[in-house]
Design a protein around this ligand. Structure first.
Ligand code: GLN
Length: 238
């Protein structure tokens, strides 16, 4: 991020993909950056508008099958997100948004639909809808605490050699193969709703650190910690 400008967050297609409070991920990044004295500018990009290429962190959420297909078509045609990620921007893609990043995903009838090919993954329909709490232990390279959130999806996701699993699933379905989500470079895909970054502030800080290129000062996270502990204790005690 250039030092003379603010951190630029780009929220992609709120008109198509924004289920289960995923927009909260934007608010969490804004707040956690501002609490460190970092100025933030957020751009909400509707699906009729071009995706700006100059963002620092891109966010995309979950959605129903039809808006998901439309979003994939428009993002592919637009090309702005590809150029931004090629420049080194960071991204958090959730559920439908995660599936779209791959080569293909399952449409309303399970038919393969083209994704945008930003991550080496593909998704198909799973045997049953995965609904409920999701808890997962993060890949040790990322040095993050256990992730928690909830999931609601039909798709399962197959990871290619170009990505690493984000975490190992302890509770819930995630990708459907014992792992949950994936990452490659500064791009993270996940099935976690909740919103993910409210439940997992360390993941929010990782995205911010990638964007600003340095470690962030710690902040008082007592409220976040209470929420995390309550959810984890409840789910792991079941
Ligand atoms: N439509 C996708 C699925 O069912 C994504 C759902 C979602 O984003 N919650 O797998």
């Amino acid at each position: 991020m250039p030092s003379d400008s603010s951190l630029r967050l780009v929220w992609i297609y709120p008109d198509l993909l924004s289920t289960y409070g995923d927009q909260g991920n934007v608010l969490v990044l804004e707040q956690r950056a501002r609490r460190r004295g970092i100025e933030v500018e957020t751009v909400h990009v509707r699906s009729s508008d071009p995706v700006p290429e100059t963002g620092d962190v891109y966010l995309i959420g979950g959605g129903e099958d039809r808006p998901q297909i439309l979003a994939a078509q428009r993002l592919r045609k637009d090309g702005g997100l590809h150029r931004a990620i090629a420049r080194g921007a960071s991204m958090l893609a959730v559920c439908a948004g995660y599936q779209i990043m791959g080569s293909t995903f399952g449409g309303e009838e399970g038919q393969p639909v083209d994704g945008i090919g930003l991550l080496d993954i593909s998704s198909t329909r799973g045997p049953a809808r995965a609904v409920g709490e999701l808890v997962a232990e993060v890949d040790s390279e990322l040095n993050l605490p256990t992730l928690s959130g909830f999931e609601n999806h039909m798709g399962v996701t197959h990871l290619g050699p170009g990505v690493k699993p984000l975490s190992r699933t302890l509770v819930g379905t995630g990708n459907g193969d014992g792992f949950e989500g994936c990452y490659a470079g500064h791009v993270v895909g996940t099935y976690l709703h909740g919103p993910a970054l409210a439940r997992n502030p360390a993941l929010a800080d990782l995205l911010l650190e990638w964007a600003v290129g340095s470690t962030l000062a710690p902040i008082d996270d007592s409220w976040y910690d209470r929420l995390r502990k309550e959810r984890l204790d409840t789910v792991l005690a079941r």
